[in-house]
Each structure stands twice: as C-alpha cells, then as structure tokens.
Design a protein. Structure first.
Length: 586
C-alpha cells in the first residue's frame, strides 16, 4: 500500500508539471483534427482512434470549462501522469527500491519525446499508458501463470489498439513470448481461447466507427459504413504510403538513429543505468526478453512504414521503447543506490531533476498560440461567404478546429480537401459572383482562370486587374517570443506563413517578397518542401543562384524527395535549374 501511495503522489506531481505547461489552444499537426473529432464525435484519419475520441469526449464533459483544445491538453497530461505513476509501480514490482523507481519514472517523464506529447492534443500519451498497463499485466502473469492475468494483458492490448495500432503489435509479441516461456499450460485451449477472446473484447470500441459514420458527422474519414471501408480505415490501407525505407541497407541507418536517440531521451546517465539494469534483469530472470522483443518490434514497425520525419525528425513513435528502457534503468539505479553511502542514496534523483529544469523552456507551451493565430489570420481575412479549400495537416486541421469547434467564421464554406471518404461531387463555382480561395496552390490549369496569391491564401480569378491582397499580420502571436517553444511542425507553419507573404509581396515588389522568403527559410531550416517551393519561386523570378541554392538545400535535407504531380525530385530540379542558368549567372 505504501508503494501505491508513492505512485499516486508521483503521478500527481507530474500531472501538475504537465498541466502548468499545457497548450491553452490548438496545437500543430494532427491536434486540430483529433480535437474536432472529439468535440463533434467524428472519425479522424485511419485508424480512426475510437477510444481516444470517446474517452476524450467524456473528459471534456467531466471538465466543462476552458477551450476544448485546452481540456484535451489536460487529457494528455492526465494520461501521461498515470503512465508515470504506473511505471513507478511496475519498477517497485520488479524489485527496485523507492528512490530507484522514482528516478526511472522521472527520467521517462522528462524525456523529450514523451514530455512533448504530454501537454498537447495527441494520442501518444494514452498509448504509453496502455504500454505500461499491459506490461504490468504481463509481469503479473509471469509470476502467477494464471489465465486471468494473461487474459487481462490481452484485453489491454486490444483496448489499446483502438487508440493506437502499436498495441496490436504488442499483442503479437506478447503471444509469442507467452507461448515460448509459459510452458505446456499456456498452450492449452482454455488459456489461448481466453487470451484471444479478451483481445477481441478489447477491440469493441471499433464498432463506433460504422455506427457513427451512418450519422454523417462533419468529420467522417474513410466513410467506414461498409465492411470494406471499415477494414480500410482500421488497417490504414492506402493511407500514408510514404515509407522512407527503400532497401535492406536502410534498416541499418534507421537502427543507428534509434540507438542514438536513447542518450537524448534518457541522458547518458540513464543509458548507463539501462545497461547495468539489463545485467541485473538477466540474473534475476526478470522479463528482459519481453522488453527486448517489444523494443525490436517497435523499431521494426516504425522502420517499415515511417516517413523521413517519422523516423528521423521526431521520435514519439519510439515512446514505448523509452518506457521499457526506463523500467530496466530502475534495476540499474537500485544497484547504484545500494552502493552509495546512506547519506547520498537520494543523489541519483539529480539526474531527472536537472533534466526537468533544463528542458522546461522547451516544453512549456502555456504561451503557445501560433497555430491558432495563423488559422484566425486566414479566416479573418476572407470576404463574407467565401469558399476556402484547405489542405495540408498543419494548416487544414487548425482551420477545422477553429471553424467547427469554436465556430469561427460560420459564413465561410470550409472545404476539407484530402479527408478520406466518398468522392465528392465536382466543384462548381461562379467566378463572377463567388470567391474561391485555396490554402495551397491547386496546380490548376483551367482556361479563363488564374491562381493569384492573395496574402495567406490563393484565389482563383479571371485574368485581369486584381484587388489588393487580403490583410495579413507581419508576425504570428509568439513567433518572436523565445519563451514560446517552436518544434519542427511549428517551424514549418511559420515557414509557410512567411512563404505565402513573400509570394504575395513579390507580385508587386520583389525586394519585399525576397525579404519574406528569406524569413521563411530562416523559420523552417529543415523543411525540404519549403525549400523546393522556394526554388520554384526564385526560378520563375529569374534569381537563378538563389533557386539553385534552395533546390540543393531541399535535396540535402531529404535526398529522397519524391516527384509529385509532375514535379521532379529535388535533385532533378537542381540539375534543371543549373542547366537553365544564363552564363552570366554562373
């Protein structure tokens, strides 16, 4: 009971830390789509995340004040805090002492990838909770060898899979490990049937998808009313086919990056504790094999389908591995604590506490409003009754949240481009009486129409004199505030903001446009798509050296930049520009 109270107290402290830095409004990336799905009981992108949607909706009803986005930031904080408390309890269960368990739990709590998901609106904190809970059930089964514990572990895997697909991978590894280590009793029909039945029972929240889809919610990705459409959503068929890996040798590159991420996440001290703890776990016959198999499965699942950014830019998909490593670190820390004089046995707590202080500025998102301010700038500038075709997760999802959840600009017709579902009817509009805008260039070639940059959006218009561009702010809220953290996706949004301002200004004043384009490059220095587009702009304006430099920068960031919609790869674009450059520009 004392250990349980310690886990609860630790979880409460961690929740307070996460809540203090919680994002008060919508964040970048998937956040806007997920919160819209929660608020409107919709269906977000595959796999549909029904458990996150339903649990999040319940949470927002229990906590009925503040913006829905802020409430969902606190939902992540609560899930993350329970995860940390559960990890502490699991470390104690495996034989680590009080100090060692707190050290390990806090090392995980302040690891960059986990902390980065603990105060914004995404699914990864809840996934980490199921990883720890299922591991606790698996350890219980290893000690008792009872059918109930095994069934509970598989039920948690099934239920967790309705939030994130990794838990289905976890179930496969758990089944193989249980059969290999459980002896003949585990292979009998009753335990196997109980485990399989419990897993299927956990999957029941997926029934939400076809039931809710029949009501045609505002967000209905994949329209999963038929069995075929339902299976396509759950299995992510035809979704996100941008795997970085192309050949077997790429797996070694990904594995090196995976291993190199552990000192970043847990610190070198934490890595040392993991190595010592692995030896202890081996001698004590702790479930080290299960942990290693799960970590390898985590690596393989990311390597085989992850895009360049998924694999190399952010490591949130490896959070299950960091949680399992932290458990092993607790055993190593126990060795250290035991070896220290009694007066110094609390000294290892300095490892996570120093990391907490050092990383706080990076993860204090209490002042963050960049995504909201961008969306409001786009919506606020549009004329009454405008049609806005929006695409790109970073832009579309924030607009979706502001429009459908907060009710901003209800007069605007927001067209959700790229959201899976039935093929929409052909768009028709009257260019004389209606105004049609795009968040991104549609690459249209329609006779009698041209696409004109108008601030933060493009407009489809008849050729001829154009009205003044729509008003835009010079900077976004918090853009120049060093206290507002700016992760990769935020940098990309800032780069897009200044790119659009630059393209618009360049139509009338190249010096003004060039300054904004330079700001775009400075804001998002690792965005290969931005530099590709910059190369095209410089090329059209006759600034050949700048165009070649931008194309080469795009290629350097992502050597596997894919050709799309008739556009060549970045390397091919650079070669084209180099051939086209006038002699005097060389």
């Amino acid at each position: 009971m004392r250990a349980v109270r310690g886990s609860l107290a630790l979880g409460a402290v961690v929740f307070a830390i996460y809540a203090l830095g919680a994002c008060p409004t919508i964040y970048v990336g998937d956040s806007g789509e997920l919160v819209t799905a929660v608020d409107r009981l919709g269906i977000p992108h595959p796999t549909g995340y029904p458990l996150y949607v339903l649990a999040g909706k319940l949470w927002t009803l229990v906590l009925p004040f503040g913006s829905v986005a802020w409430r969902m930031s606190l939902f992540s904080a609560a899930c993350a805090a329970v995860t940390v408390g559960g990890l502490h309890r699991l470390c104690r269960r495996l034989g680590a002492g009080s100090v060692a368990s707190v050290v390990a739990a806090l090392l995980f709590a302040v690891s960059p990838s986990f902390w980065g998901e603990a105060n914004v609106q995404r699914v990864y904190a809840l996934n980490a909770l199921f990883v720890v809970a299922a591991t606790h059930a698996a350890v219980t089964w290893r000690d008792r060898r009872d059918t109930a514990s095994l069934a509970r572990a598989f039920f948690l895997c099934g239920l967790g899979a309705t939030n994130h697909a990794f838990m289905a991978v976890y179930a496969a590894v758990l089944g193989a490990w249980a059969v290999a280590t459980g002896g003949p009793g585990t292979r009998r029909p009753v335990p196997l049937a109980a485990a399989a039945g419990a897993f299927v029972l956990g999957l029941l929240p997926y029934l939400y998808l076809p039931v809710r889809s029949r009501a045609h919610p505002v967000l209905d990705w994949g329209d999963p009313e038929t069995m075929r459409a339902f299976a396509a959503v759950v299995t992510r068929r035809n979704f996100w086919q941008r795997a970085w890996v192309e050949q077997p040798g790429d797996l070694w590159t990904i594995a090196r990056d995976y291993v190199a991420s552990f000192p970043i996440e847990l610190g070198w001290g934490g890595v040392a504790l993991v190595l010592v703890g692995a030896g202890v776990a081996w001698r004590r016959q702790a479930p080290l094999a299960l942990f290693v198999l799960l970590m390898l499965a985590n690596l393989a699942s990311v390597a085989l389908h992850g895009s360049r950014a998924d694999v190399f830019v952010w490591h949130r998909y490896y959070v299950p591995s960091y949680a399992l490593a932290a458990i092993v670190a607790a055993l190593g820390c126990e060795v250290l604590v035991t070896a220290l004089p009694r007066a110094l046995r609390a000294a290892p707590l300095l490892l996570p506490l120093v990391a907490l202080v050092a990383r706080w500025p990076e993860f204090d998102r209490s002042r963050y409003r960049i995504a909201e301010d961008f969306g409001l700038a786009v919506l606020g500038a549009l004329p009454p009754g405008a049609h806005l075709v929006a695409t790109d997760d970073n832009v579309l999802f924030a607009l979706m949240y502001l429009h459908f959840v907060e009710g901003r600009r209800p007069d605007v017709d927001l067209v959700l481009q790229g959201i899976g579902g039935p093929v929409p009817p052909a768009m028709r509009f009257d260019p004389e009486g209606e105004r049609l805008f795009f968040t991104h260039h549609p690459n249209w070639k329609v006779p009698g129409l041209e696409i004109v940059p108008m601030g933060l959006v493009f407009e489809a218009r008849r050729p001829g004199p154009h009205p003044a561009p729509l008003a835009t702010p010079d900077v976004l809220a918090g853009e120049d505030d060093p206290r507002v953290p700016k992760d990769y996706l935020t940098q990309n949004l800032l780069g897009h903001f200044h790119y659009m301002r630059g393209v618009t200004a360049a139509a009338t004043s190249w010096p003004d446009g060039a300054r904004e384009l330079e700001r775009a490059a400075a804001a998002a220095p690792e965005n290969d798509v931005l530099f590709y587009n910059l190369a095209l702009v410089y090329r059209r304006s006759g600034h050949w050296n700048e165009a070649l430099q931008a194309a080469r920068r795009s290629q350097a960031i992502n050597p596997r930049h894919l050709a799309t919609a008739g556009r060549p790869r970045a390397a091919d674009l650079a070669a084209e520009i180099d051939r086209e450059r006038p002699r005097e520009a060389r």
